[in-house]
Design a protein around this ligand. Structure first.
Ligand code: CAA
Length: 260
């Protein structure tokens, strides 16, 4: 697939995905969503990538939302289709078998905030701004905002943000638990890379199973979730990396994981 709106770069065991429509503040049109879907599929197949960073091109925006120009004249069915497309792509990213870190370098509004919510970890630049301004455009959030925001920050805060459309700064996003950390703008990618490399140095199958267990478990009752935890815990003992990790500990030597 020809990629015009998203860049995929690999740096050792990490991949950096950059939404690249800076003139439109990286707004997500259908083409960009389809490219993101394609990239997610490529990353799913890539056993050499252990962690992913997702960011926006330029210094102004992570993603300023779904593309308003494209949405303006949609009818009911087309609106639903656009939401289904975005939800499908974001869900694929959320379920990617490797952690995705959102490096939020500026505006993360509407679909941009929602994209960050589909990531595992959110690092924000001190210049980042967040919000779900959809009601001001006469629509609801359509790429998961009504669901993931409430699950992350609680229904009260999510409802206030969504009903008012208010835009908050990075420090407020940190206070409500929307982001994991706020860092100086010019250190954002450095911090994101350091975090991604720390994750990439762990046993990749174990990290993948942790992600699966957390993502699945959060959606079911505790007993079912704990049974699933026991299942993935057991699965780890069929991996070479478990033997390696524990042998290295006992033998007091450095470990070398093979993703096997
Ligand atoms: N869609 C399409 N184009 C957008 C865009 C968007 N979401 N956000 C910004 N742009 C475009 C602008 O139209 C402008 O293009 P031109 O230069 O061709 O006029 C360019 O990006 C730069 O934007 P501004 O001139 O507006 O920049 P600013 O610094 O004055 O303002 C901003 C920045 C506050 C982010 C403002 O651009 C803005 O409010 N953008 C829209 C934010 C928004 O409402 N997002 C939610 C969209 S709805 C959604 O996402 C639904 C969903 O859940 C699926």
């Amino acid at each position: 697939m020809e990629l015009n709106n998203v860049i995929l770069e690999k740096e050792g065991k990490i991949a950096v995905v950059t939404i690249n429509r800076p003139k439109a503040l990286n707004a997500l049109n259908s083409d960009t969503l389809k490219e993101l879907d394609y990239i997610a599929a490529e990353l799913e197949k890539d056993d050499d990538v252990y962690a992913v960073i997702l960011t926006g091109a330029g210094d102004k925006a992570f993603v300023a939302g779904a593309d308003i120009t494209e949405m303006k004249d949609l009818n009911t069915m087309e609106g639903r289709k656009f939401s289904i497309l975005g939800n499908k792509v974001f869900r694929r990213l959320e379920n990617l078998d490797k952690p995705v870190i959102a490096a939020i370098n500026g505006f993360a509004l509407g679909g941009g905030c929602e994209l960050s919510l589909a990531c595992d970890i959110r690092l924000a630049s001190d210049r980042a701004k967040f919000g779900q301004p959809e009601v001001g455009l006469g629509i609801t959030p359509g790429f998961g905002g009504t669901q993931r925001l409430a699950r992350l920050v609680g229904t009260g805060i999510a409802k206030e943000l969504i009903y008012t459309g208010k835009i908050i700064k990075a420090d407020e996003a940190l206070r409500i638990g929307l982001v994991n950390r706020v860092v100086e703008a010019d250190k954002l990618m450095e911090e994101a890379r350091a975090l991604a490399n720390t994750i990439a140095a762990q046993a990749p199958i174990a990290v993948k199973l942790c992600k699966e267990a957390i993502n699945r478990g959060i959606q079911c009752d505790t007993d079912t979730a704990l049974m699933y935890e026991a299942e993935v815990f057991g699965e780890c003992f069929s991996t070479e990396d478990q033997k390696e990790g524990m042998s290295a500990f006992v033998e007091k030597r450095d470990k070398s994981f093979q993703n096997k």
